[in-house]
Design a protein around this ligand. Sequence first.
Ligand SMILES: [Zn+2]
Length: 196
Amino acid sequence: MAKTPFLALAVAVAAVTHGHLDHVGGLAELQSAFPEMGIIMHSNEAPYLVGPRKQQAKYSSVPSDNAAYTIVRSFLQKLLPQPEADPARTFLLSGDSGDVADARANVTAAQPAWLPPRGVLSFLRVPGHSPGQVALLHKPSGTLVSADVVMYGRGLAHLDADKLLELPFERLFPSHDDGTGVVPGALRKLVASFKQ
Ligand SMILES: [Zn+2]
């Protein structure tokens, strides 16, 4: 009897742009479903997501440039479990920009199951919205994931939005995007409108 073919899918690595609940709410399930999965984040974001809870700073005390989020967060944090990354499989980015391939293990002995090869994925730290928020640029496709620096549909650009214009992207996918993304010209207009 022929065996039924199936496709085994696995997530090798999760890149966390920042630790707000609407971006890491599924982290626990991902870690459980994919035990080998690595987790990448900026070292400035790590105190809120990695390590014993008692040693972590309270995320509710982190200043945010988004008043609406600050209010919603204060309620959500009482209702929802705080996402926590497994320290042994967390890899940290440092500095203001660089290649994701240079992420270093949070625990010295830990070895990444997989990291993007050099030249594929780069990061730019954009901390105006949270201490260690990063935008991620997939170089081969020119795709930029801006996290909450730009929010689709709300015309909302955070403090670091003009930094993104320095990156060689072809299409930017804002948070809460409908999947179509925006081109550099649209971001230029948005940034200009905030400076008027
Ligand atoms: Zn956010």
